[in-house]
Write a protein that binds this ligand. Structure first.
Ligand code: NAP
Ligand code: GDD
Length: 337
């Protein structure tokens, strides 16, 4: 019998890669999907299995991190060996516009899930998707011992979740771990995060469908890695004998301007001819530089990244060109669910 996992945020970038990874490891994967008025399962359509299919290994449930009772009921029903809490309002800029909502889902949502585990009385391990955004203004390089100084409602909510996870480990002996992941991207990255916004724009400018790209602060430094590699680190954290917290990063810094240059140059385009500044994309308080030191993950998890930001920019541009060509040829078909 394989293991059973429950993933919140299964429809997101990381959730989709993690579900693929766990299915390949012969897990039965249960995913929490929130109700939406439009389809929100595009990233997992290719691994979806019909409810009528016997012996399914991928099962979706409607629930929400704002509904603690639904979480208890779901855990009682699924009885997972491992829980991955990836669900969140994950956009930093949006968290300034919706701070209460972000606090409720990204912060309290984690506490609801931890309490739901206790209330359901099941024996399970839990991974919490913590973030380098918690370090905020603390200068790089950042590691597990760097003090937090969050600079956004999102960062504050993630700090609350981080400490709630540590508290449930200490208070109740729960196998609860924090993965403190630095920015990680892929062709499945949400379209409003800066890397994907840039790579989609490159594909559209190249095809003559768009002329301008409006961006905010180009000086911010980030440590961009490749999402499929990062979900492997999540899984490894839950296979250890003891629960602990780990930074996951490449350790390689780049500015938004560097990424912009590399993405445009990969198609022979000059970014300076297309990019304009719009203050609407600036944040009331910015995180200037995030560069991770992941030596603990390397030493204890045996985890090391292979893809660096420049290669990442190239592969994301290529994927967006291919997706656009498919869209323009009419070959892309939506699957009803
Ligand atoms: P993402 O693509 O934005 O996915 C977020 C997921 O959370 C989606 O499945 C979303 O559902 C779900 N969600 C939102 N509100 C919810 C609610 N009220 N109840 C239940 N689910 C809800 O994020 P990601 O990039 O995959 O990141 C995964 C997790 O890691 C997040 O917690 C994020 O904050 C954290 N993180 C990400 C990075 C990064 O660089 N990617 C770095 C550090 C930490 P819909 O699909 O319906 O919107
Ligand atoms: N989104 C966005 N859009 N960001 C822009 C833009 C723009 O038009 N122009 C400049 N930026 C800058 C932001 O100010 C920020 O400094 C940087 O690009 C990266 O922004 P995002 O891609 O939105 O990511 P983030 O670093 O704020 O947050 C991501 O990484 C965190 C880990 O450090 C998210 O995935 C978070 O969920 C995650 O926790």
């Amino acid at each position: 019998m394989g293991k059973t996992a429950l993933i919140t945020g299964v429809t997101g970038q990381d959730g989709s890669y993690l579900a693929e990874l766990l299915i390949a490891k012969e897990y039965t994967v249960h995913g929490l999907v929130r109700r939406s008025s439009s389809f929100n399962t595009e990233r997992i359509d290719h691994i979806y299995q019909d409810p009528q299919q016997p012996g399914r290994t991928m099962i979706l449930h409607h629930a929400d991190l704002s509904d603690g009772v639904a979480l208890v009921n779901l855990l009682r029903e699924v009885r997972p060996d491992e829980v991955y809490n990836l669900g969140a309002q994950s956009h930093v800029r949006v968290s300034f516009d919706s701070p209460m909502y972000t606090g409720d889902v990204t912060g309290l949502g984690t506490l609801r899930l931890l309490e739901a585990i206790r209330a359901s009385g099941i024996d399970t391990r839990i991974y919490q998707a913590s973030s380098s955004e918690m370090f905020g203004a603390a200068p790089p390089p950042q590691n597990e011992r760097t003090p937090f100084h969050p600079r956004s409602p999102y960062g504050c909510a993630k700090v609350y979740s981080y400490w709630s996870t540590v508290n449930y480990r200490e208070a109740y002996g729960m196998f609860a771990v924090n993965g403190i992941l630095f920015n990680h991207e892929s062709p499945r990255r949400g379209e409003t995060f800066v890397t994907r916004k840039i790579t989609r724009a490159v594909a559209r400018i190249r095809a003559g469908l768009q002329e301008r790209l409006y961006l905010g602060n180009l000086d911010a430094v980030r440590d961009w890695g490749y999402a499929p590699e990062y979900v492997e680190a999540m899984w490894r954290m839950l296979q250890r004998d003891e629960p602990d917290d780990y930074v996951v990063a490449t350790g390689v810094p780049a500015t938004v301007r560097d990424f912009l240059h590399a993405a445009f140059a990969s198609c022979g385009l000059d970014w300076a001819r297309h990019v304009l500044f719009d203050p609407k994309y600036e944040r009331p308080s910015e995180v200037d530089a995030l560069v991770g030191d992941a030596s603990k993950a390397r030493d204890l998890l045996g985890w090391q990244p292979a893809v660096r930001w420049r290669e990442l920019a190239g592969l994301m541009v290529e994927a967006d060109i291919a997706a656009l060509e498919e869209e323009l040829s009419g070959a892309r078909v939506r699957i009803d669910r």
